[in-house]
Design a binder for this molecule. Structure first.
Ligand code: SIN
Ligand code: FE2
Length: 221
């Protein structure tokens, strides 16, 4: 291969180039957007999880969620027999949720801006852990005080099939494959769209092992 051919080939390399795909009027998938942040994100995640470890919670209907969760930020999303809600304290430790690391906040803001939401000040980051077989049924994010702010949802580790539906549970959903580093942002007229995640398939991710981690940033309070 002569040097000219080599240079052309390098320029054409498509891997890990961020791309923006529109999936709704005010909804986007930002491909690979989180990858450049990973070396700062993962140590910050470890610090959060040391203070507030993953745990499986019980739904109001009495089922144990297949997804394990934790939170950081002023408010954390929780569920138990008495309902879904945001709390300032981790019910397991009684302590406030760990503060949101700066790198989390900066990434969420940058992604929101890329999707057309110029100001986003998340006060909550739900951290979901999916092992193979774990899933998230179709739901709307409705536990927040207001719906003016978008949702910013970061995918790490094993791939997932994200379902992006309409405003009724029975509406047909788009299937959006999500890979390590992809971010979905939805808000504005799309803020209350149903969404979910199909059961995660078996696999090993080179960086995160046998799991998918999702961060969901919201303005909850
Ligand atoms: C959620 O809707 O809470 C999680 C979505 C995801 O894991 O991608
Ligand atoms: Fe959700």
């Amino acid at each position: 291969m002569n040097p000219t051919t080599f240079d052309l080939f390098a320029d054409a390399e498509p891997v890990q180039q961020p791309r923006r795909e529109q999936i709704g009027e005010q909804s986007y998938v930002l491909r690979s957007f989180a990858l450049p942040w990973l070396d700062r994100l993962l140590p910050a995640l470890e610090t959060v999880l040391a203070a507030a470890p993953f745990r499986q919670m019980i739904t109001p209907g009495g089922f144990t969620m297949s997804v394990a969760l934790s939170n950081c930020g002023t408010l954390g999303w929780t569920t138990d027999r008495s309902g879904y809600r945001y709390t300032r304290n981790d019910p397991q430790t009684g302590l406030t949720w760990p503060r949101m690391p700066d790198v989390f906040f900066e990434l969420a803001q940058a992604a929101a801006r890329e999707a057309g939401f110029a100001t986003f000040t998340p006060d909550s980051c739900l951290i979901n852990r999916y092992v193979p077989g774990a899933k998230m049924s179709l739901h709307q994010d409705k536990d927040e005080n207001a719906y003016a702010a978008p949702i910013v949802s970061v995918s790490l580790g094993l791939p997932a099939m994200f379902l992006f539906g309409g405003f009724e549970r029975s509406n047909k959903s788009q299937r959006v494959p999500l890979l390590h580093g992809d971010i979905v942002v939805w808000g504005g007229v799309d803020r209350l769209r149903y969404h979910g995640v199909l059961p995660i398939k078996e696999g090993q991710h080179s960086r995160l092992g046998e799991q998918r981690i999702n961060f969901t940033f919201r303005t909850a309070g």
